[in-house]
Design a protein around this ligand. Structure first.
Ligand code: AMP
Ligand code: MG
Length: 339
C-alpha cells in the first residue's frame, strides 16, 4: 500500500499531533490566511531540507519564518529597525513578510544562503496554535510543488504532495488566496518585493516613501542581482500556457474569437456579459479581493478541465489587483499581448 498523507482537523489534539511531527523533525502542511504553507522547525536544518526536497524547490529560494507573537521576532532577526517595528504593530498578525538581518541561529538552508530572513506573524488561529505548540518559529514556503499554483485549500496540498509529507491540517479555504506582501527596508523607505493584501497604499500610512521593486512587474534580468530570489523562478504556472491580454473587454473577446479554439479557456476578471461567447471560461471575480481569493483555484481548475491555452484579460491594478497581476504575469511567464 502506498503511503498516504494524513488529513488533520484544527482540533487541539490534531494541532498537538502536528506539533509532535514538527518537533520530531518532520514537515506538515498548514493553513494560513494567505495560502497553505509547508512547515518545519526553522532551526532544524534536516527538517528544512525535507521541505526543499518535497517541493522540488531550488536551494537558493529562501523560506519565510513564521512566528506567533512579536517578541519572537528576535529569535529570527538580529536587528529590528524602527520602521519594521511600526509595520509589525500595524499589520501583524497578518499577511505581511518583512525581510530583516538574520539571527545567526537561523540556518543558512532556511534563508536560502542569504544573511537576511523573511519573517511573518500569521493571523490564522491554526497557524498560531501550531507555532505555539511546536515551541519554535516555523519555516514555511507555500505547500505546492515548486512552480505550480499555490494551494488555497487542503485538497490542493494533497493534489501536489500526497504521499510526500506525513500530514496536512485542513483549515478550510484560505481567506486572502494570495501569498503575503514581502517588503524590505531601505533607510526610511519601504520597498515592496512581492505585492499582496497589504497594499502600497496601506504601507504609506507607515512612511510616505513606499517603492515597488522593478521585479514586481518586470521579468528577472539575469545580469543583475535579484532582491527577492523567488522572482527569478517560473511560478504559479498551471500546465496550460497562460497568455495575458491587455485590452478592454470587447477587444479581448474579439482577439480570443480569432484564436485556435481547441483547448482554449478564458479567465474572466470582471463582470463581462458572456452571452453568445462559445468558449469555456472561469470567472475569477469582479473585485480585487475576489480575484485574489479565486486566482490559484481557477488556474488549477483550468488544468483539471484539460485547457491547453488560458487567455486572461489583464485585471485592474488597484488594491490587491497589483498582487493578482503580479502572480498572473508569472503564471504567463510574462507573455502579454497588448491590444
Ligand atoms: P513562498 O513562501 O513560497 O511564497 O516563498 C517565499 C518568498 O519570499 C521567496 O520566494 C522570496 O521571494 C521571498 N523571501 C523570503 N525570504 C527572503 C529574503 N531573505 N530576502 C528576499 N526575499 C525573501
Ligand atoms: Mg511559493
Amino acid at each position: 500500500m502506498t503511503f498516504q498523507t494524513k488529513m488533520l482537523d484544527c482540533s487541539a489534539e490534531s494541532i498537538e499531533s502536528a506539533a509532535r511531527l514538527i518537533k520530531s523533525g518532520e514537515i506538515v502542511g498548514m493553513p494560513t490566511e494567505t495560502v497553505y504553507g509547508l512547515a518545519a522547525d526553522a532551526f532544524n536544518e534536516a527538517a528544512v531540507e525535507k521541505i526543499f526536497k518535497a517541493k522540488g524547490r531550488p536551494a537558493d529560494n529562501p523560506l519565510i519564518v513564521h512566528i506567533s507573537d512579536i517578541a519572537m521576532i528576535s529569535e529570527a532577526a538580529s536587528e529590528i529597525p524602527a520602521l519594521a517595528l511600526k509595520c509589525a504593530k500595524e499589520f501583524w498578525p497578518g499577511p505581511l513578510t518583512m525581510v530583516l538581518p538574520k539571527n545567526p541561529d537561523i540556518p543558512s538552508v532556511t534563508s536560502g544562503g542569504l544573511d537576511t530572513v523573511g519573517i511573518r506573524m500569521p493571523s490564522h488561529p491554526a497557524t498560531k496554535a501550531l507555532i505555539e505548540a511546536s515551541g519554535t518559529p516555523l519555516a514555511a514556503p507555500s505547500a505546492n510543488i515548486s512552480g505550480s499554483p499555490s494551494p488555497t485549500c487542503a485538497e490542493h496540498v494533497l493534489n501536489d504532495l500526497n504521499g510526500k509529507i506525513p500530514a496536512v491540517i485542513d483549515g478550510g479555504v484560505c481567506d486572502a488566496g494570495i501569498e503575503s506582501t514581502v517588503i524590505c527596508f531601505e533607510q526610511n523607505a519601504i520597498k515592496i518585493l512581492r505585492p499582496g493584501k497589504i497594499t502600497a497604499q496601506m504601507l504609506a500610512q507607515i512612511t510616505p516613501d513606499v517603492r515597488l521593486d522593478k521585479g514586481v512587474l518586470h521579468p528577472f534580468d539575469s545580469d543583475k542581482p535579484v532582491a527577492s530570489p523567488g522572482m527569478k523562478y517560473k511560478h504559479y504556472s498551471p500546465k496550460a500556457e497562460v497568455i495575458v491580454i491587455d485590452s478592454d473587454a470587447d477587444e479581448f473577446f474579439y482577439y480570443v474569437s480569432k484564436q485556435d479554439k481547441s483547448g482554449a479557456l478564458c479567465l474572466i476578471f470582471g463582470d463581462e456579459n458572456l452571452d453568445g461567447f462559445n468558449l469555456p471560461y472561469i470567472s475569477v471575480g469582479a473585485t480585487d479581493v475576489q480575484q485574489a481569493h479565486n486566482l490559484f483555484d481557477a488556474l488549477r481548475q483550468a488544468d483539471e478541465r484539460g485547457a491547453k491555452t488560458i487567455y486572461a484579460r489583464c485585471p485592474k491594478l488597484d488594491g490587491m489587483g497589483m498582487a493578482v497581476y503580479n502572480r498572473l504575469l508569472r503564471a504567463a511567464a510574462f507573455r502579454v499581448v497588448k491590444l
